[in-house]
Design a protein around this ligand. Structure first.
Ligand SMILES: NC(=O)c1ccc[n+]([C@@H]2O[C@H](COP(=O)([O-])OP(=O)(O)OC[C@H]3O[C@@H](n4cnc5c(N)ncnc54)[C@H](O)[C@@H]3O)[C@@H](O)[C@H]2O)c1
Length: 347
């Protein structure tokens, strides 16, 4: 199997390394907007690089991995699908909700599978929480808490094209809230603040956010995010039900300090980056994509799923800007016929 990667920056180089170690993958071919970047990564990993994304698409690929900036996702997904190549694309599905909705139409109109990269769906803890809720092990779920605290803000150039903390960072929590609870959101009230890196405020973004979602079964979900958690990458979820609870991220790597004098938990060492935190999940995720390419499974996370997470981000941004509760019905959605076709998706 021959897999091409478009975009060989932070996550593209990481995915290249994962893919080259999968038994079923024979060749990994790299391209980047800057050919020298692809050449350098190819040299480091012992892979092949080509001059451009066009050359990549013409090189006889079985599968395409899009790992370029969010602003390029729509055109590259369209190019992959037009060439008939099963396409994996990093989150978020697109830079704007309009783009994401247009891609939902592309997905509906084609038989070429598209897999959106929300790797938490392949993390052992989140999979277990999903299973516990789906099996009714927790009774009825009344509250959920979800959070992502990053050790350091991304560079200024990244922040400027990221779409903001809700669309870029919390979107992982938004997707996994849907995945674990199996529910959709009805309304949200969100807040944002800046206390750290000044370029985040200049870009119109916030470095810290929090909010509360009401789900369509009256489960109340609180979430929070920050770019400034220098002492550890803290990604967690708690699910509380009437007869039980379950927590994701509650092991000795937890980046939290106990105030209890005799506590020995968490013993450490702490995880400092998403790459360390989710290494096994990324391997499972790309293994799943390879199975999508082989035609042995459907996409485990469709554009439709990506659109729903993006709508949640859109609602949070609107809420924090206007200082009010936002109903999800205010946020544009995919057309009803597309909804109906996507109802068999992974959530
Ligand atoms: N799932 C995750 O945990 C995760 C983590 C990090 C990033 N991401 C996502 O991955 C994407 C890339 O993020 P990153 O941190 O690797 O960014 P990055 O800036 O480190 O790398 C992006 C690379 O894409 C190249 N590029 C730019 N335009 C291109 C084009 N049109 N065609 C091909 N290559 C192009 C750039 O030259 C650069 O090398 C973003 O959408 C981001 O949201 C996901």
């Amino acid at each position: 199997m021959r897999i091409g990667i478009a975009g060989t920056g932070r996550i593209g180089a990481y995915h290249a390394n994962t893919l080259r170690n999968l038994d079923v993958v024979d060749e990994v071919v790299l391209a980047d907007a800057f050919p020298e970047t692809a050449q350098r990564v190819a040299g480091e990993l012992g892979l092949q690089a080509v001059e451009s994304v066009d050359a990549l698409l013409d090189s006889g690929l079985d599968g395409l991995v899009v790992a370029s900036p969010t602003t390029t996702h729509e055109s590259l997904i369209r190019a992959g699908v037009a060439a008939g190549i099963p396409t994996f694309c990093e989150k978020p599905v697109a830079a704007s909700l309009d783009s994401a909705l247009a891609l939902a139409e592309v997905e509906r109109a084609s038989t070429v599978p598209i897999h959106i990269g929300f790797q938490r769906r392949f993390d052992a803890g989140y999979m277990r929480a999903h299973e516990a809720v789906a099996n009714g092990e927790l009774g009825f779920v009344h509250t959920v808490r979800a959070m992502t605290l990053d050790t350091a803000p991304p560079p200024k150039e990244y922040v400027e094209v990221s779409g903001g903390i809700f669309r870029d960072c919390s979107i992982h929590d938004f997707d996994i809230i849907r995945f674990v609870t199996g529910r959709e959101v009805s309304s949200v009230c969100a807040f944002g603040a800046n206390k750290g890196a000044p370029y985040i405020k200049t870009a119109g973004d916030v470095d810290t956010g929090s909010g509360v979602f009401m789900l369509d079964d009256d489960t109340i979900v609180s979430f929070s995010c920050s770019r400034h958690n220098a002492f550890g990458h803290d990604v967690r979820m708690e699910v509380h039900g009437s007869t039980g609870d379950i927590a994701v991220g509650l092991d000795d790597t937890l980046a939290l300090t106990s105030a209890e004098p005799d506590a020995t938990f968490p013993a450490g060492p702490r995880v400092m980056s998403f790459m360390d935190r989710f290494l096994p999940a990324y391997v499972r995720e790309l293994t799943a994509f390879v199975e999508v390419v082989q035609g042995t499974r459907p996409s485990p996370c469709t554009v439709h799923d990506g659109v729903q997470a993006q709508r949640m981000a859109e609602a949070c941004d609107l809420s924090r800007r206007e200082g009010r509760v936002v109903q999800m019905s205010e946020i544009p959605d995919v057309a009803d016929d597309v909804q109906a076709e996507a109802s068999g998706s992974a959530v």
